[in-house]
Design a protein around this ligand. Structure first.
Ligand SMILES: C[S@@+](CC[C@H](N)C(=O)[O-])C[C@H]1O[C@@H](n2cnc3c(N)ncnc32)[C@H](O)[C@@H]1O
Length: 216
């Protein structure tokens, strides 16, 4: 729960401030904060969110996957000190924005999403798993990196599947205008234990790379 130190790097030279899109009252923003800080994720939440993204799936890649969206993730790899030679588990992978941006840069990439239709539109170069991140069908300590791009944070499950020296990569591609948004400090605070890391603005958003501190 403690933020030992989160270092803000200079913004990427191509950073652009996002247009106003989703403010603090956006229902997904409210849900994201509630779940991250301990409110239960209900069957109704899962049904509603899965239905929403099933409906958005056919147009998601054309409307929501573009170079600006990839920029924070690529910058996180360049400057965030996150290793690419292990197993990356991406939660809420949608139609594969993360997988497309990484484009083979990581050794193993597992894509997981609640919405079957979002996954169906994702590239098949990554193993795709349909599951709810509130209860992951994955063993403890199985991931070197847990990647979330505009995804709801389920702190206990992220902590459970991440290896002791693993990294969390958190990306909001529209910064604080992202509907599913938490600022970096809140991500580190919501995760069990003590975390430190780096963060920077890139594209129209930001990335954060977190690691457990040595005494966690
Ligand atoms: C805003 S979209 C982002 C998709 C993708 N990461 C991107 O940036 O294009 C959020 C994604 O998270 C998924 N999602 C939401 N709640 C989830 C849960 N409990 N378990 C797994 N996936 C979930 C949705 O189905 C959706 O695909």
């Amino acid at each position: 729960m403690t933020v030992a130190g989160l270092v803000a790097l200079p913004r990427h030279p191509d950073y652009r401030r996002p247009q106003p899109f989703a403010g603090p009252d956006h229902p997904m923003r409210v849900l994201t904060r509630a779940v991250a800080f301990g409110e239960p994720w209900t069957d109704d939440d899962a049904t509603r969110v899965a239905r929403t993204f099933d409906e958005l799936a056919p147009s998601w890649s054309t409307d929501h996957v573009d170079p600006l969206k990839a920029a924070p993730l690529l910058d996180a790899i360049d400057r965030g000190g996150v290793p690419t030679d292990g197993r990356w588990v991406e939660l809420g992978s949608g139609t594969g924005a993360g997988c497309r941006a990484l484009d083979g840069r990581v050794r193993e990439h597992v894509s997981l999403d609640l919405s079957f239709r979002m996954l169906a539109h994702a590239p098949d170069r990554s193993l795709r798993v349909q599951a709810d991140s509130s209860q992951l069908p994955l063993t403890d300590d199985c991931a070197d990196v847990v990647l979330m791009i505009n995804m709801i944070l389920f702190p206990r499950e992220v902590d459970r599947i991440l290896r002791p020296h693993g990294h969390v990569v958190w990306v909001n591609t529209l910064g604080d205008q992202t509907p599913i948004h938490l600022p970096p400090d809140d991500v580190a605070t919501a995760l069990p234990g003590a975390w430190s890391g780096v963060t920077a603005k890139a594209g129209t958003g930001f990335w954060t790379v977190l690691r457990r501190t040595a005494d966690a």
